[in-house]
Ligand binder design. Structure first.
Ligand code: ADP
Length: 497
């Protein structure tokens, strides 16, 4: 396929039940957060579109063309889509940068992650075993098969579009399901481009619909639809809790990837330079708009002052700027309303006794005035009970707290409704592993942060989520097991005495 431009990947229509057509809903806009220019206008889906997409999805996953397709044929679609994504790496990255303002370095990484995810789930679904060995002498043998669940509702946020969408679509299709995807209001473009690539990769029609629109209308209608048999959601804890109620009413499974308030811990034996770089990356990359952002920093008192001084030097040297420029560290936040919310958290932290060490405002640079930019910010001196210490801010705001001993540290680090991730910086792996075992978090990074392997399960403890994505678990999450018993005994069945 010839190389496309970013503009040529922008779809005017949306894929509904195997047909690309205009959505029946209101006109919606994708806006570039760097300067508020309009990337695209398209019609959202309406409730009739939901009905159509789900009904066709239900027929499509049951159809022999999909249902009877061996796993390695489904895998081929995923391998082909991965190749198509590789071929469009640059325009797909630029499309996402336009949608959510993330710097190109980050959106390229999201594209690579999407391609790797498609390949991984293709490979795992091809090699998944189901049959148990035949017992030597027995009345029966038994085996179990992994079957698809049916129509999957996939609902995604705006911060890592193509990567988080592929984390749901690839395993769901690999497992033989159909997907109806509702991308975030702010970022419909990558999901639509992805649907087009799946079509080009030979996915039979009707198995992947993308329905942009309001979460409370279109997302809700998809989740509630009686033919939808699983909800896979990534987003805020409030919406996740709501969707868990919807799933409970229908008695269907959910996978929920929700918020976080992740602690990063610097022990007194850490390599300070490595730790500073890691902590800065952990909170300020993506301008803090990441569920795994290391937003609470605990530094052992013996090295606290020195550490914070160095952190300030490194953070204040980060380049904030236009996300389409190379070498930028922080782009704009997703929109002005979100920046206002971040600023409100900073104001509340200062009102509750916090001291601003640096940041705490939009950058002064006039060239950035139209974008929703916010400086890397550090607040010290807060009580762990303060709002900014407890709630997810989803912006470039780090709260630093010194600690004296490990007992107090563990209690404080775990004193959160969330349990998504944690970071530990120490030269002593025994000490770090001991601490890792006591932290209530689904992912613990030691001497690194925000690194991912597609074969390693990801998910949250406590209110950070339910279930796991990635890894073998990420595929099994879209399957249900059926156990089959085969009688091997020719004599009539007897009653147990
Ligand atoms: P965030 O704070 O990350 O935007 P949300 O939870 O609000 O998180 O949104 C994540 C996704 O959930 C978006 O695609 C949004 O449209 C969708 N959404 C919001 N409310 C609902 C709802 N009631 N039912 C289904 N989806 C919803």
């Amino acid at each position: 396929m010839s190389r496309s431009t970013m503009r040529s990947l922008i779809e005017q229509h949306i894929p509904i039940g195997g047909q690309w057509r205009q959505g029946g809903g209101a006109l919606m806009r994708s806006v570039f957060p760097a300067d508020q220019s309009i990337n695209a206008e398209l019609h959202a889906a309406d409730l009739d579109d939901v009905e159509q997409a789900v009904a066709v999805a239900d027929r499509s996953w049951r159809a022999p063309a999909w249902r009877d397709l061996p796993a390695h044929h489904r895998a081929r679609v995923l391998y082909r889509v991965a190749d198509l994504i590789d071929a469009q790496r640059e325009p797909l990255a630029r499309l996402q940068t336009r949608d959510n303002g993330k710097p190109l370095g980050e959106t390229r990484a999201l594209v690579d992650s999407a391609a790797a995810t498609a390949r991984y789930f293709g490979a795992v679904c091809e090699t998944l075993d189901g049959v148990l060995p035949i017992p030597r002498s027995a009345e029966f043998m038994t085996f179990s098969s992994h079957e698809p669940i049916g129509v999957i509702a996939a609902i995604t946020p705006w911060n890592s579009p193509i990567a988080s969408e592929m984390q749901k679509i690839a395993p769901a299709l690999a497992a033989g399901n159909a997907v109806v995807l509702k991308p975030a209001e702010a970022t419909p473009l990558a999901a639509l481009a992805l649907a087009r690539l799946f079509e080009q990769a030979g996915l039979p029609p009707g198995l992947l619909s993308v329905l942009p629109g309001r979460g409370s209308l279109i997302g809700e209608a998809i989740a509630r639809h009686p033919l939808v048999r699983k909800i896979s959601f990534t987003g805020g804890t409030r919406t996740g809790r709501h969707l868990a109620h919807v799933a409970a009413d229908k008695l269907i499974p959910t996978s929920l990837e929700l918020g976080g308030k992740s602690p990063t811990i610097v022990l007194d034996d850490a390599d300070i330079e490595l730790a500073v770089q890691g902590v800065v990356y952990g909170i300020y990359s993506s301008a803090g708009q990441a569920c795994i952002a290391g937003s609470r920093l605990f530094v052992q008192r013996a090295c606290y002052d020195h550490f914070i001084q160095r952190l300030q030097q490194v953070a204040c040297a980060l380049r904030i700027g236009h996300p389409e420029q190379e070498g930028i560290h922080l782009g704009p936040l997703i929109n002005h309303a979100h920046r206002d919310s971040v600023a409100t958290y900073v104001a509340s932290a200062l009102a509750e006794g916090g001291q601003l060490r640096f940041g705490g405002a939009a950058p002064a640079d006039a060239a950035l005035a139209a974008g929703s930019y916010y400086q890397p910010t550090l607040i010290e001196g807060l009580s762990p009970q303060a709002r900014a210490c407890r709630e997810e801010i989803f912006g470039p705001v780090l709260i630093a707290l010194p600690f004296d001993d490990e007992e107090a540290l563990v209690a404080q680090a775990n004193d959160s409704v969330y349990g998504l991730a944690a970071g530990i910086w120490s030269r002593d792996y025994r000490r770090a592993l001991r601490l890792a075992a006591r932290l209530e978090a689904g992912t613990v990074w030691i001497n690194t942060y925000k690194k991912f392997s597609i074969s390693t399960p990801f998910g949250g403890f406590k209110e950070s989520g339910l279930g796991r994505e990635k890894g073998r678990e990420g595929l099994l999450a879209y399957m249900q097991q059926k156990s089959i018993y085969l009688g091997l005994d020719a004599t009539p069945m007897g009653w147990s005495q």
